[in-house]
Design a protein around this ligand. Structure first.
Ligand code: PEP
Ligand code: MG
Length: 325
């Protein structure tokens, strides 16, 4: 941590005109909590739980998972921790779940789709998270939701898991917030309806870009088209935030774009409530946000939405925020 940035430790993440946001970090394993604490993140906005499932022969048991979740929650000392349920498939596979060879794995049997097809795996994970919930401030998030039915089905299995635990006399917190990732265009478009069913959204720009722009995020030949500055993406993000707020829920972002110094002002202007990023970006992002006025960023966001393409957007923001980059 650089000296100038060290001064940001302990400060709140608030704009010059008094608008406060949450600044969180993304993690893959309990080991990453060190970095989260070192960089003074206010919570964990995305715990990619699939890393517990990878590089092993058999599925982790409920107790094994429980220990991992408990460790993260205890170490975070009541700060919010969003555990994302298993997001396997796409580019991430495990030997003990049968994923048939697919023509388009990123459009295939992945994440919540796979969990709803392997209910035992899903239920085991939910039970482990619920049991760990008494050790901290956990929130549960479902990845790759594309329909209302998927969300309702996932919530039903969660309720069943709670009932089971109750019957077994095992304790868990009662008021756990439930959220979904908005990372598929269909979810963004029906976000007004999805918002009625959850406590929060987290925008997953990594996937939202690839699905909105029809550009495979792993294809280096197309990297010039894979842009977080595309006006289509920014317009979509604006409508997600508006729909969330109309329904009275909060909305964060846990894709890479959330830590982009050029885009932070834009998302701030749009009213994003939480930014979650790689831990090393946290203090710089706090520094940036503390130097901005929300009211002014509303105008910047509006201007951005009227530019014609990603290059114009990036140039506009580079000029405005040259100091930060
Ligand atoms: C995303 O898609 O933006 C995201 C945060 O999830 P992942 O990168 O794990 O797919
Ligand atoms: Mg994703």
């Amino acid at each position: 941590v650089g000296n100038e940035l060290k001064k940001q430790i302990g400060l709140s993440t608030v704009t010059k005109d008094g608008f406060e946001v949450s600044l969180s970090a993304n993690i893959g394993t309990p080991r990453d909590v060190d970095m989260v604490l070192e960089n003074d993140a206010e919570g964990i906005g995305l715990f990619r739980s699939e890393f517990i499932f990878m590089n092993r022969e058999l599925s982790p048991t409920e107790d094994e998972q429980f220990e991992e979740y408990k460790e993260v929650l205890s170490r975070m000392n009541n700060k919010p921790v969003i555990i994302r349920t298993l997001d396997i498939g796409g580019d991430k596979n495990v030997p003990y779940i049968d994923i048939p060879k697919e023509m388009n794995p990123f459009l295939g049997y992945r994440a919540i789709r796979l969990c709803l097809g392997n209910i035992d795996v899903f239920r085991t994970q939910l039970r482990a998270i619920l049991r760990a919930s008494i050790y901290g401030n956990v929130k549960i998030m479902f990845p790759m939701i594309s329909t209302m039915k998927e969300l309702k089905d996932a919530k039903k299995i969660l309720e069943e898991a709670k009932l089971e635990l109750k019957k077994e006399g095992k304790s868990f917190r009662d008021n756990i917030e439930i959220g979904i990732m908005i990372e598929i265009p269909s979810a963004a478009i029906i976000s007004d309806m999805l918002a009625r069913e959850v406590d929060f959204f987290s925008i997953g720009t990594n996937d939202l870009i690839q699905y909105t722009l029809a550009v495979d995020r792993m294809n280096s030949k197309l990297s010039h088209l894979y842009s977080q500055y595309h006006p289509a993406l920014l317009r979509l993000i604006k409508s997600i935030i508006e729909n969330a707020h109309k329904a009275g829920i909060w909305v964060g972002m846990c894709g890479e774009a959330a830590g982009d110094p050029k885009l932070i002002p834009v998302f701030l202007g749009m009213g994003l409530d939480e930014f979650s990023m790689n831990a090393p970006s946290v203090l710089k992002s706090r520094y940036i946000i503390r130097g901005l006025k929300k009211k002014e960023m509303e105008q910047v966001a509006a201007n951005t939405l009227n530019l014609e393409n990603a290059v114009e957007v990036e140039d506009y923001l580079s000029c405005l925020f040259a100091d930060e980059n």
